[in-house]
Design a protein around this ligand. Structure first.
Ligand code: BJW
Length: 248
């Protein structure tokens, strides 16, 4: 029985995607008004695009960084509910986010893995330096650590690059008794494969909270559909009141 050995409060892994930040004012990728309706992936989100035209790629991310740091972009009720779950759930909660915004940490989540990186950091392609970076990155910037010119890039994971934190994610998925996927379309791997991974291990229940059924919807045992700002707080209240029975 999932969670039977841990008294109804087994470790939880929550996977989040762009949908959780939409009601904070940040666009998703694949919705009709999403980022990929305005930009081609091949132009802005691959290492080849950056090698070919770094100014274009940096401009894309500079604009998104400015959007993300706007005064009216704040954590919404869904981010806050996940931070409350982490604070109150006895079995421990790991949030694995595909998002490069900082809304989970601003809401108070601490056990957090940014598998696709963080836009408020820059990294150097000439040395191992990764550092907080809130301003535009320009092609003529020098790396503050090694001095290399034109080597700074956003600390994000593009298509064809290996996501971050995969060992820690594997460990968390292997130990969890509940997997919750929130606001992700299930199009991008390896994140899209996590639900299959936990179901194959046979120890975890899997729940989807999304606006609509995702690509992998049939792999989840339970689903609640609606805006994250409503479904996530309600699900968290239910979990904290009834334990794993809320996911059954
Ligand atoms: C709401 C809502 C509301 C809206 N409330 N919900 C063929 C087969 C299988 C795999 C591959 C393949 N060919 C290539 C691959 C691999 C490739 C891949 O998956 N490609 C697919 C397109 C097929 N993956 C990679 O290259 C990854 N790396 C990799 O695989 O390395 C190899 C490796 C892996 C493991 C071990 C060893 C080696 C890297 C992927 C990098 C993705 N990067 C991006 C850009 C990051 C930086 C940036 O933000 O610009 O990440 S792409 C983009 O998609 C971004 C997102 O994190 C990611 C996922 O999108 P997400 O979050 O799901 O958003 P949407 O818009 O798709 O969905 C939003 C959802 O929310 C929708 O369902 C809405 O309904 C919902 N919603 N409003 C609740 N209010």
């Amino acid at each position: 029985m999932p969670g039977a050995s841990s008294g109804g409060h087994p470790p939880i892994v929550v996977l989040t995607g762009a949908g959780i930040s939409r009601e904070s004012g940040l666009a998703t990728f694949r919705d009709p008004d999403g980022i990929w309706a305005r930009f081609r992936i091949e132009d802005v989100a691959t290492p080849e695009a950056y090698a070919r035209d770094p100014e274009r790629v940096l401009a894309f991310y500079n604009a998104r960084r400015r959007g993300m740091t706007a005064d009216d972009v704040r954590p919404n009720a869904a981010h806050l509910a996940l931070a409350r779950l982490e604070a109150e759930w006895p079995g421990g909660v790991t949030v694995v986010t595909q998002n490069i915004d900082d809304l989970h940490e601003r809401a108070g989540s601490r056990n957090l893995i940014h598998m696709h990186g963080e836009l408020l950091k820059a990294r150097c392609t000439s040395c191992p330096d990764v550092r907080p970076w809130r301003n535009d990155i320009r092609v003529d910037h020098a790396c503050p650590a090694c001095g290399a010119l034109g080597a700074l890039r956003p600390h994000v994971v593009w298509f064809g690059e290996i996501p971050l934190g995969l060992d820690a994610i594997d460990t968390a998925l292997g130990a969890c008794g509940l997997f919750v996927s929130i606001g992700t379309s299930g199009n991008v791997y390896p994140a899209a494969g996590f639900v299959r991974q936990v179901r194959m291990l046979g120890r975890a229940r899997a729940v989807e909270l999304n606006l609509e059924p995702s690509e992998g919807a049939t792999l989840f045992e339970r689903a609640r559909y609606g805006p994250a700002s409503e479904t996530v707080p309600a699900f968290v209240d239910d979990l904290l009141a009834r334990g794993l029975a809320a996911a059954g």
